[in-house]
Design a protein around this ligand. Structure first.
Ligand code: NI
Length: 159
């Protein structure tokens, strides 16, 4: 595993629509592991492949000590609404509130290429939505309110 460089807002790769992964093999597993190591090193709750300059549909999320490594993830169901602060490792020092579903279901391939279903609510639902947006070139700050500088970064969850 290796740490990757996280690119920041303004870099053109963050605005691109990522391509689907055709086959999950050793190379893709290595990317998932690098994303995981990079996310943990940065103390984030999620990281998407385009944030390290890889324009493929892969994300990692870690919430409540549960690690999710998702390939070609799609939101299949969503319900309710939440309006909470989000941050992003590609937008350091900032936060903003985004309307997200309270609960989502996601289908994706796992690291072995097997189809899986995931369910998340609260922070996990926000993380699914935030990371999947990255795959379509969307940063949370393009649709947030109350955008502001973080005064106490320790309390923020950055994705
Ligand atoms: Ni992000």
């Amino acid at each position: 595993m290796a740490l990757r460089n996280i690119i920041e807002d303004g870099h053109p790769s963050l605005g691109m629509v990522c391509k689907p992964v055709k086959k999950v093999g050793d190379h893709e597993r290595e990317i998932l592991d690098d994303l995981t190591e990079t996310m943990r090193n940065a103390e984030g709750v999620g990281l998407a492949a385009p944030q390290v300059g890889i324009l493929r549909r892969m994300v990692v999320i870690e919430v409540d000590d549960q690690l999710y490594q998702l390939v070609n993830p799609v939101i299949t169901e969503s319900e309710g609404d939440q309006f909470e602060y989000e941050g992003c490792l590609s937008v350091p020092g900032m936060r903003g509130r985004v309307h997200r579903p309270a609960k989502v279901k996601v289908s994706a391939l796992d690291r072995n290429g097997e189809p899986r279903e995931y369910e998340g609510e609260g922070l996990l639902a926000r993380a699914f939505c935030h990371e999947l947006d990255h795959l379509d070139g969307i940063l949370y700050n393009s649709k947030c309110e109350d955008y502001e500088r973080i005064t106490d970064p320790v309390e923020e969850d950055e994705e």
